[in-house]
Design a protein around this ligand. Structure first.
Ligand code: FES
Length: 162
C-alpha cells in the first residue's frame, strides 16, 4: 500500500504576497491563477476569496474561470503527472491497454492522485509525436512505443509499496 499523506497545507502567506503583486488588475486573473498554481502546485480553495478581492471580481466568477481551464487544478497534484495519450494514433496502437496498465500500476483512475502525492494520472488528446505511438508523458519526458514491459519499468509495482 502506498503511504497515505495528509493534504499538503497551502502557504497562505506566500499566496497573499503573490496576490498583492496583481492587486487591482482585473486583466491579470489568469496570470495570477497561474502564479498561484506555480507556487502551490494547485489553486487552494482558501485562495479564491483573496484572489477575487484583489482583482475586483466575485469569488464565483473566479471559481468559474478556474473550472473552465482544465490546466488549472483545485486539488494537490502528484510530484509527477503521468499523461497517457488517447489520440487516434495511440489508440489504434494499443493506447487503451497502456492506460489500463498505468491505472493498475498507480492504483488510481484518470484525474486522481496517488495517496502519497507521487503521481497524478491524466489523459491527453494528442501529444504530437504520433509516429512513436502509443505514448505516455511522465513529468516533462515523453516515452514512446510503450508496451506492458515499459509501463512496468517506468512505474514499477506500486501496490507492494509500504
Ligand atoms: S495520437 Fe498519441 S501522440 Fe498523437
Amino acid at each position: 500500500m502506498a503511504e497515505v499523506k495528509k493534504r499538503p497545507e497551502p502557504d497562505l502567506a506566500r499566496i497573499n504576497e503573490v496576490i498583492a503583486e496583481y492587486e487591482v488588475q482585473r486583466w491579470a486573473l489568469i496570470p495570477l491563477l497561474q502564479r498561484i498554481q506555480e507556487e502551490c502546485g494547485y489553486i487552494p480553495p482558501e485562495a479564491t476569496q483573496p484572489i477575487a478581492r484583489a482583482v475586483g471580481l466575485f469569488p464565483a466568477q473566479v471559481q468559474g474561470v478556474i473550472s473552465f481551464y482544465t490546466q488549472l487544478y483545485t486539488k494537490p497534484q502528484g510530484r509527477k503527472v503521468v499523461r497517457v495519450c488517447r489520440g487516434t494514433a495511440c489508440h489504434v496502437r494499443g493506447g487503451k491497454t497502456i492506460l489500463k496498465l498505468v491505472k493498475q500500476h498507480l492504483g488510481v483512475e484518470e484525474g486522481e492522485t496517488t495517496p502519497d502525492y507521487e503521481y497524478t494520472l491524466e489523459t491527453v488528446a494528442c501529444i504530437g509525436v504520433c509516429a512513436l505511438a502509443p505514448n505516455i508523458v511522465i513529468g516533462m519526458t515523453t516515452h514512446g512505443k510503450m508496451n506492458p514491459k515499459k509501463v512496468g519499468q517506468l512505474l514499477g509495482d506500486r501496490k507492494g509499496e509500504e
